[in-house]
Design a protein around this ligand. Structure first.
Ligand SMILES: [Zn+2]
Length: 112
């Protein structure tokens, strides 16, 4: 009788994991937990955990709203493809890749 109970627990855990992966953008580069949609930004689910992790990614960078796919690519590959339509401080639009370096997002400009 104990066997089916254990199996049920395992399948519940697997379902939970699947659910987390579906809503997650990827793994946190700092701690390896899931990055999830926090509403105003994407953040590490370990934010309230102990030890806590405060890794976040803004949903909007330089006037450009990041897609979930961009964030997923950034987390899995360490950089995005070239994203068009960022706005500089002077209001000029520019294209750049985003790259993760030591937990921070940097712009990488395409070579001309
Ligand atoms: Zn983290």
């Amino acid at each position: 009788k104990q066997v089916p109970e254990t199996l049920q627990k395992v399948s519940q855990r697997e379902e939970w994991k699947d659910m987390q992966q579906q809503i997650s953008m990827g793994e946190c580069p700092n701690c390896g937990r899931f990055i999830v949609d926090k509403g105003a930004f994407f953040g590490c689910e370990g934010y309230r955990a102990d030890p806590s992790c405060s890794f976040t990614i803004s949903k909007k960078i330089r006037g450009k709203v990041l897609g979930k796919r961009d964030v997923a690519t950034l987390l899995s590959k360490g950089s995005t493809n070239v994203i068009k339509g960022f706005k500089s401080k002077t209001g000029k639009s520019f294209d750049a890749q985003l790259k993760l370096e030591e937990g921070k997002i940097q712009f990488v400009f395409p070579k001309k």
